[in-house]
Design a protein around this ligand. Structure first.
Ligand code: IDP
Ligand code: MG
Length: 149
């Protein structure tokens, strides 16, 4: 099983979309194993988005992601990283397919609703920024026998 880091961004929290977004991943069959509603300290935001440092959207991105609470989550499932990226849609919501989170709710790249890890290695790195090992909830979900053959 693979793990991925997802985060409902401040715009989506303010717009009351948390429940819908969590519900999509839950209904898909992914398993929630950690969740934290929080304000991101600036240093953590800079660590998380370190790969973008120096780009023209970097400073606005750090302001955006620290502008209000986010919902940070870890989800587990078969190929969880790519499954969740597909459900999120393209980075630019104007180009995201209808039915995806960004395609259904966003209008601009600078307000694109959700973050999701782009590889298993990124997922591991990002999870460790936002969660301690003991925050991960280990449990058997009985419905898994109806999700996986
Ligand atoms: P991703 O979130 O789909 O992986 P990245 O290219 O990794 O996209 O960019 C990280 C985040 O930076 C985006 O989700 C978005 O919030 C922001 N971002 C990226 N490009 C732009 C841009 O051109 N204008 C404004 N914000 C941007
Ligand atoms: Mg990215």
């Amino acid at each position: 099983m693979e793990r991925t880091f997802l985060m409902v961004k401040p715009d989506a929290v303010q717009r009351g979309l948390m429940g819908d977004i969590v519900s999509r991943f839950e209904k898909k069959g992914l398993k929630l194993i950690a969740m934290r509603f929080m304000l991101i300290p600036k240093a953590k935001a800079e660590e998380h988005y370190g790969e973008h440092k120096g780009k023209k959207f970097y400073d606005p991105l750090i302001s955006y992601i620290t502008s209000g609470p986010v919902l940070a989550m870890v989800w587990e499932g078969e190929d969880a990283v790519s499954v969740c990226r597909n459900m999120m849609g393209k980075t630019n919501p104007k180009e995201s397919a209808p039915g995806t989170v960004r395609g259904d709710y966003g209008m601009q790249t600078g307000r694109n609703i959700i973050h999701g890890s782009d590889s298993p290695a990124s997922a591991e790195r990002e999870i460790s920024i936002f969660f301690e090992p003991e925050d991960i909830v280990v449990y058997a979900r009985t419905a898994d026998q109806w999700v996986y053959e």
